[in-house]
Design a protein around this ligand. Structure first.
Ligand code: SF4
Ligand code: SF4
Length: 147
């Protein structure tokens, strides 16, 4: 059975609300400053204090890191894994230097603790990957100079 309901007093005026909503959208589109950008063609400039992808600084191709183990010690997420070794040009250096980015909370404590200014956080924010991401030493060195 079809039940017919009586129209409420204000129901015939719903069109006014729709028009008012459309006007707000149109006004925002035409006159307001846009808050979105055409990524990846356009990119935002982040503050110098932004903490993004890590990198290891190197001078003349030699990493600044002396494998002192301070950064894995202070890291609250326990995501830095270093294996230390020795070689002729350097008393101690990291044979292995890995950061498990999925665990990292980008607190910047590794950067703060480093006495050699070796580990840095850049302003690169594009780090999404389909798989679990671990930055190894080669990758971290390749990022050097990135700010
Ligand atoms: S930024 Fe923080 S959580 Fe990430 S590796 Fe450094 S100390 Fe660990
Ligand atoms: S990056 Fe810095 S704090 Fe970490 S092991 Fe190397 S020298 Fe030590």
């Amino acid at each position: 059975m079809l039940i017919k309901k009586k129209q409420g007093l204000l129901q015939p005026y719903y069109l006014l609300e729709i028009i008012s909503g459309l006007w707000i959208t149109l006004r925002k589109m035409l006159f307001d400053k846009k808050v979105t950008i055409q990524f990846p063609e356009e990119r935002r400039v982040y503050s110098d204090r932004y903490r993004g992808m890590h990198y290891i600084k190197a001078v003349n191709g030699v990493e600044n890191c002396t494998a002192c183990m301070l950064c894995p010690t202070v890291c609250p997420a326990e995501c830095i894994h270093i294996e230390a070794g020795e070689r002729s040009d350097k008393e101690k250096y990291p044979i292995k230097f890995e950061i498990d980015v999925l665990r990292c909370c980008f607190c910047g404590m590794c950067e703060e603790a480093c006495p050699k200014d070796a580990i840095k956080l850049s302003s690169i924010y594009e780090m999404s990957q389909a798989d679990r991401t671990v930055f190894d030493k080669g990758f971290l060195l390749d990022q050097r100079g990135n700010k």
